[in-house]
Design a protein around this ligand. Sequence first.
Ligand code: CMP
Length: 143
Amino acid sequence: MEQTFIMIKPDGVQRGLIGEIIARFEKKGFSLKGLKLINVDRGFAERHYADLSAKPFFNGLVEYIISGPVVAMVWEGKNVVVTGRKIIGATNPADSAPGTIRGDFAIAIGRNVIHGSDSVESATKEIALWFPEGIVAWQSNAH
Ligand code: CMP
């Protein structure tokens, strides 16, 4: 079954949008397969956005992603990559339709609340980068 990587960015976490965002994916019918709240360092953020390293906004983007905790998730379901991007809305909130996450909760491209993989290939790479331990961690000494 197809999987995608979804990240709630620091602004989405700080604004209390975690529950709202998870609810939208759940109500659509997708299954949550992995989830963690983490702080990433500069090197990791640069790896995640390596394809954008030549862009003028790259340093600002990295600063934004390392400015606070993010929620990293793996969602699964039929066509979840493309449909997930529809739920998220256009990258620039000025273009994202009302009813999408960015359309409802963002106004600036540099603070656009959420990231979703743009292809099945990117999803595979991003899931491997963000969940090297596997998407469900095992705890061997739980009581
Ligand atoms: P995301 O879906 O995470 O993919 C790349 C990110 O780069 C995008 O969301 C935005 O957060 C950011 N981005 C893209 N274009 C710009 C821009 N012109 N200015 C600032 N940030 C941008």
